[in-house]
Design a protein around this ligand. Structure first.
Ligand code: FES
Length: 295
């Protein structure tokens, strides 16, 4: 037989559980709204402090909801069931049958809370999807080519094309493809060597007409401009981490952290006597990137 104080305790517990359900639903709702607000803020251009706050609220709402669910609604141990007499009074039997058939309230409550949790997690998922836009477009072949094309004139940053008389033996200039003096990936060092001392590496015959040899100015270590040339040793130096490249040997690195030669630009002179490229660099300029070796 159920005692009055047991009924009172059960009522109190039920009220506590209802309050817990309310707070759990509030936690999940706040989380869902914060996630949607986060998505909107991101979509409108983003604001780091606001985004951080909204993300904290979104995650915190789910955490509070789950914490209350675990502490207030799940059965608490230790679980010791008193042994009852085998023949209870009819009213107890009725209660047992009702319990056996199931009180619908916890089931409805559970499905309601699961729906709220699902909404909160789905909203957080939507907010998490938006940053994918920040990845930008796939680079495709862009990392493999520059603005140098066959016949493109080599010009100074001021846009002046070069003739054979514009650079003395031992001299060095930074050049760009005509019309693209702002193209950082195309910047090229042209050095005029004594024709007698330079031998074309195999496969690069004719790339250095009248001693004009061109190499990418972007260091293959970390992308600094390789701008220092020591004429006595025919070496190019990168000032960032002191990589050294041998100009007479295809710009092979001989010291420092760079492991790849500077890519060479094939050069020629057009019918008007201007220095031109006869093609693009035959390999990507600058430091290595993730899938270069697979292409
Ligand atoms: S960037 Fe040139 S050596 Fe590091």
């Amino acid at each position: 037989m159920t005692e009055p104080n047991e009924i009172e305790a059960a009522g109190t517990e039920r009220n506590q559980q209802k309050a817990a359900v309310r707070w759990i639903a509030i936690g999940f709702s706040v989380s869902a709204f914060a996630s949607l607000a986060l998505a909107v803020v991101y979509f409108l251009g983003g604001q780091p402090q606001l985004e951080g706050t909204l993300l904290a609220i979104a995650l915190g709402g789910i955490a509070v909801g789950l914490g209350l669910w675990a502490s207030e609604l799940l059965p608490k141990g230790p679980f010791v069931e008193g042994r009852k007499t085998l023949h209870d009074a009819p009213v107890d039997r009725h209660e047992a049958e009702a319990a056996f058939e199931g009180d619908p309230e916890p089931v409805e409550r559970r499905s309601f809370l699961l729906k709220m949790l699902g909404a909160a997690v789905a909203a957080l998922g939507v907010a998490a999807l938006f940053p994918i836009r920040s990845l930008g477009v796939r680079p495709g072949r862009e990392l493999y080519k520059t603005h140098w094309t066959p016949g493109a004139r080599a010009v100074t940053r001021a846009g002046t094309p070069l003739t054979v008389n514009d650079l003395d033996v031992g001299g060095l200039l930074t050049v760009f493809p005509e019309g693209h003096v702002d193209a950082a990936d195309s910047q090229t060092i042209v050095i005029r060597l004594d024709e007698g001392e330079y031998e074309d590496p195999p496969g690069r015959e004719g790339w250095a007409p009248q001693g004009f040899v061109g190499y990418s100015k972007i260091c293959t270590h970390a992308g600094c401009p390789v701008g220092l040339y020591q004429q006595e040793t025919r070496e190019l130096f990168c000032p960032c981490h002191q990589s050294v490249f041998k100009v007479l040997e295809g710009a092979e690195p001989t010291a420092g952290p760079a492991t790849r030669p500077l890519p060479q630009l094939p050069l020629g002179f057009d019918d008007d006597g201007y220095l031109v490229a006869t093609g693009d660099f035959t390999e990507p300029v600058g430091p290595g990137f993730w899938d270069r070796d697979h292409d």
